[in-house]
Every structure is written in C-alpha cells, then in structure tokens.
Design a protein around this ligand. Sequence first.
Ligand code: XMP
Length: 311
Amino acid sequence: MAFNARRFVDKQVEEIRKNVGKNTALCATSGGVDSMVCAFLAHRALGRNLIAVFIDDGLMRENEHKTVTTILRKHGIRTVLIRAADDFFKALRGKEDPEDMRKAFRHTFYKTLGKAVRKHRAKFMIQGTIAADVAETKGRIKSQHNVLTQIGISPRRYGLNVIEPLVTLYKPDVRKVGQALGLAKQIHQRMPFPGPGLATRVVGEVTPTKVRMLRKATVIVERELRNVKAFQQFAVLLDDRATGIRKGKRAFGNIIVIRSVQSKNAMTATPTRIPYQILERIQKKITRQIPEVTKVLYDISPKPPSTIEYI
Ligand code: XMP
C-alpha cells in the first residue's frame, strides 16, 4: 500500500500527544532532514510544550547552529542552543577506531541531552531515528549515534524516555512527511547530515584543528556542487598525508576526499558522475584556500562495498 503521509502525521500527532500529555518534551535537532522533520512533527503535536535542542558539539558545518536555530524559531518552535564542543572533543581525544569514536560521541550526546532534560524538567526526548539507522546498527555495519534500545542500552541510563515517531520510515517517506507538514522544500529536501557531524568525515583522531580544516573544505565542496543533484555530497579529511610543494619547498600535507552519492534510502549508493571541470575547480579552491592540504581526491566507490560516510 502506498505510504500516506497525511495519515501518518495525524496518527503520530495523536500518539505523541497521548504519550507526552501535559508534560514537556525535548527534541534534539542536528539540522539533517530526519531530525528537522521530527522537530516539526513534534511541534505540531505539542506546541509550546516542545523544546528543540541544538547541541553545538563543535562538529557541525559552518554557521549551522545559526541556520538551524533561525529556521526553528522562525516557525515558532521554542529552541535552545547548548554549547558543548569541549565535552565532545574531550570524549573523542585519542580515539581512532570508528566504533570507539561513535561510542564516545553517543555517550557524550546522551549525557548532554540528559542534562538538558533535567534542566528543563522535561519528561520525554523525541528523536528522529529512522529505519535505516536501526537496520545498519543491528546489521553491525555501524552503530548510529541515535540507536540505543536496539543494542541493549536503556535510554533511562541517561534519564531519558525516548519517543521515535519516524522509526518505521526510510528517507523518501520522511521527506513526504516533511512535505505533508507544510515545510519549505529547502527543509524537507535538505541533504542528510549525520548526528555525529563532521566526526564521521575525519579519519583518525578528531581534533579541533582537523575539524576546522574539514569545515573549510566542506563549505567549498557544498558551494561548488550546489547545482549537482545528489543524495549527499561532502568533504572528508583522511588520516594519511602526501608530499606536495608549497612555496617551492617540500610539504607533507593533508588529503581531502570529495564524496558525492546518489541514493534513495542510504542503504545502497552510487557515486555521482561529476563533470571533470567541477572537480578541478574544487581542487584548485581547496588547495588555494587551505594551505595545509596538498592533495584532493574523488571517491568513486559505491555502497556496498563502501559506506557513504568514512567512519
Ligand atoms: P553510511 O555511512 O552508513 O550512512 O552509508 C548511511 C546514512 O546514514 C547517515 N549516518 C548517520 N546518521 N547518525 C545519523 O544520524 C549516525 O551515527 C550516522 N552514521 C551515518 C549518513 O550520513 C548516510 O546518510
């Protein structure tokens, strides 16, 4: 049976109201499509009893906290910004294994939310986990930051009662829900952005210096590819380095990868055939504007055997 987004919205609004009652609920929002749609859905159900929380974990894209909180506030959603970058960098310090990094991120994320829940005397945390997050985590591909119960961690450990209204849906239906909620196209067609943010795109230890470099490359890649249709496109910073030339001298520099994929539901993906001239322009901009970078690569790997992100 075809998915009926309006019926889904009505049913979830009713469910959320029934579960939350007259209490307050928080909704963590990373700016990606799932958590934005979730925030708007929860807001439709709870109005002023919903507080959207944007955690500035130091791993977001340039100006993202302003962009996201502005959109939410513009739509009348109570929004709080929590600055917690130091906690996240501390938790990630010395971690190089992808699953260790994900675990450290997840733990800090839920600890931060637990604190916010207590501060705002909220009883519930509503989050935009979707079916793909659960499938990948259960399939032991990668433990997504927002999956707890399914891997045997009780949200109560963090003092949280979690509600996941989108957990049965895959991305295309999430977008339809966004549309049914009357959201602007820029919101429901926004590129997915993973909860752990740029940490999924730094191979090796995540440090503020590396994130700053990657953030600059991300701005360039997103801007230069703005007219290329893709499911997701971004920059990645590798842990390796390569010899280059700077001011006529040898420089052992960093390597940035450009990633752009086509996908329907993130479970499989194929690389985008980006015109060569665009790739060359990106290479020039990155190596000019980020002197630490000496090489720029384009990733031609589909999923599987690759995944979309790098950790
Ligand atoms: P992968 O890298 O597994 O990614 O092919 C599939 C989709 O999921 C996103 N992703 C995440 N989203 N928390 C999220 O909210 C996570 O921990 C996470 N890991 C990957 C990724 O951006 C892609 O859209």
